[in-house]
Every structure is written in structure tokens, then in C-alpha cells.
Design a protein around this ligand. Structure first.
Ligand SMILES: [Ca+2]
Ligand SMILES: [Ca+2]
Ligand SMILES: [Ca+2]
Ligand SMILES: [Ca+2]
Length: 126
């Protein structure tokens, strides 16, 4: 009897967790950020600054024609839904600002404890 009660309590806890996230998690399908490359001060944690600095590098790498905007062909694997959401002026291209927003979707999805930094365990869920 005790175990069924436990399960009931657990079910309630899970249900309340689900109601706190009202937006569906949007996967961008962007390749994961490498902790080794991004963790500049080697403390095993990615803070927002390190994350953004790494993104600047990745943006340059992806922008094959150097026009400071990314078109879908420069981001072949990105989920079109996420691309549209990030393309705030509907230009069909992502400026650096819009690209950072796209990455923001990942950051927020991964930062499950919402402390503004990504731990190795959080990166694993990419
Ligand atoms: Ca760090
Ligand atoms: Ca470009
Ligand atoms: Ca745009
Ligand atoms: Ca975190």
C-alpha cells in the first residue's frame, strides 16, 4: 500500500513540473557547443559570456559568403520552425543578433536549473 501512495505522490510532482513549462521545447538541431572549446577559464562550467563568445566564432564559421547573415543553406540542419522564430524581421536570413536568439533557445532549453550557466550534465542533454 505504501508504494502505491509513493507513486501517486510522484505522479503529482511530475504533473506539476509539466505545467510550469507552458511552451513546447523547441529544438534548433544546431550541433552542440563543445565544452572543451567554449570553456575559456576551464572551470567546467559555461557561463553566458563564454557561450556567446563561442557563438561569435561559430557564426563566422557558418557565414560562408561573409555577408554577416545566415541563410537556411548555411544552416542546413536547423529546424525550420526554430529558424522562423529566430528570424524576427521575416527577412528569411538571420543576422548575428537573430542567430544569438536562435542559440538562446538552446541555452534556455538546456539550462534546466535556470542559473544562467551550463554545466557539463546540462550540455549532455543537447
Ligand atoms: Ca567557464
Ligand atoms: Ca551568409
Ligand atoms: Ca532576419
Ligand atoms: Ca544551469
Amino acid at each position: 500500500m505504501r508504494s502505491t501512495k509513493m507513486i501517486a505522490v510522484l505522479g503529482l510532482v511530475l504533473a506539476s513540473c509539466q505545467t510550469t513549462t507552458n511552451e513546447p521545447e523547441l529544438r534548433t538541431n544546431l550541433p552542440p557547443i563543445s565544452m572543451e572549446k567554449a570553456d575559456l577559464n576551464n572551470d567546467g562550467v559555461l557561463d553566458r559570456e563564454e557561450f556567446d563568445q563561442r557563438l561569435e566564432v561559430l557564426f563566422e564559421l557558418r557565414d560562408g559568403d561573409n555577408d554577416d547573415e545566415l541563410v537556411p543553406s548555411e544552416l542546413p540542419k536547423v529546424n525550420p520552425e526554430a529558424f522562423d522564430q529566430a528570424d524576427q524581421d521575416d527577412s528569411g536570413r538571420l543576422s548575428k543578433e537573430e542567430y544569438l536568439y536562435l542559440r538562446d533557445l538552446d541555452f534556455n532549453r538546456l539550462d534546466t536549473d535556470e542559473d544562467g550557466t551550463l554545466y557539463r550534465q546540462e550540455l549532455f542533454k543537447w
